[in-house]
Design a protein around this ligand. Structure first.
Ligand code: ADP
Ligand code: ADP
Ligand code: ZN
Length: 213
């Protein structure tokens, strides 16, 4: 199975597609954002450091981020493929990631790049709700749970991420445009561009075609 990155601006649908990809292909989803949110709710040392950066929509320092990714990728469950989401987020991280891959003897196969216009991203982010228990993502209009405010999967009460507010979102979109978007060129030989402004299942079918069986 493939070793992949999923990229795209905040709100593009990376987490939503990742949920489908990992279920279909049975590979681990490695999301730096999810790992940081878990660390914050467990009040670990990493969580305490990461919180102030995340709440402001800024990048968490590399020494923290690169460390958690390396530890996770060293786990044997990544041997047969993985989907990395939210990392790398700037050129420095991409270079550190290349070194890490060499050290762990891993070859990256594919970079999925989801594109959505920025005006649409703000609505997606502001309307996003997540399950604090199982991590599933919903949207108050585009992707409603069966029962308002309740996770279909596990029955927990949905919450809004603290960084999903208008002020922080603008900064996150700027950080993406300045620091992360240039990575599409860095990975140009591996990139598959996905139009993210379509139905969730239509996008997933497109992605399945490029990943293969
Ligand atoms: P990311 O992980 O890229 O930040 P998410 O997967 O969390 O993005 O999606 C952001 C929000 O947009 C969520 O509320 C999600 O339910 C919604 N969403 C995801 N994909 C689509 C889509 N194709 N059309 C409409 N809304 C979507
Ligand atoms: P989204 O897909 O909506 O941008 P993520 O869950 O990927 O959100 O990330 C949330 C926040 O976690 C980011 O705004 C940033 O503060 C932090 N973060 C996640 N991944 C990284 C990373 N690779 N480097 C630095 N900070 C990160
Ligand atoms: Zn749930």
């Amino acid at each position: 199975m493939k070793k992949m990155l999923i990229m795209g601006p905040p709100g593009a649908g990376k987490g939503t597609q990742a949920e489908k990809i990992i279920e279909y292909y049975g590979i681990p989803h490695i999301s730096t954002g999810d790992m940081f949110r878990a660390a914050i709710s467990n009040k670990t040392e990493v969580g305490l450091i990461a919180k102030k950066y995340i709440d402001a929509g800024n990048l968490v320092p590399d020494e923290v981020t690169v460390g958690i990714v390396k530890e996770r990728l060293s786990n044997p469950d990544c041997k047969n493929g993985f989907l990395l989401d939210g990392f790398p987020r700037d050129l420095k991280q991409a270079e550190m990631f290349s070194d890490m891959l060499k050290e762990l003897d891993i070859k990256l196969d594919l970079v999925l790049n989801i594109h959505v216009d920025s005006e649409k991203l703000i609505n997606r982010i502001i309307g996003r709700r997540i399950c604090p228990n199982c991590g599933r993502t919903y949207h108050i209009t585009y992707n409603k749970p069966l029962k308002e405010g309740i996770c279909d999967e596990c029955g927990s009460t949905l919450i809004q991420r603290k960084d999903d507010n208008v002020e922080t979102v603008k900064n996150r979109l700027d950080v993406y445009a300045q620091k992360t978007e240039p990575l599409i060129n860095y990975y140009k030989d591996l990139v598959y561009n996905v139009d993210g402004d379509r139905d969730v299942d239509v996008i997933f079918n497109d992605i399945k075609k490029v990943i293969g069986d």
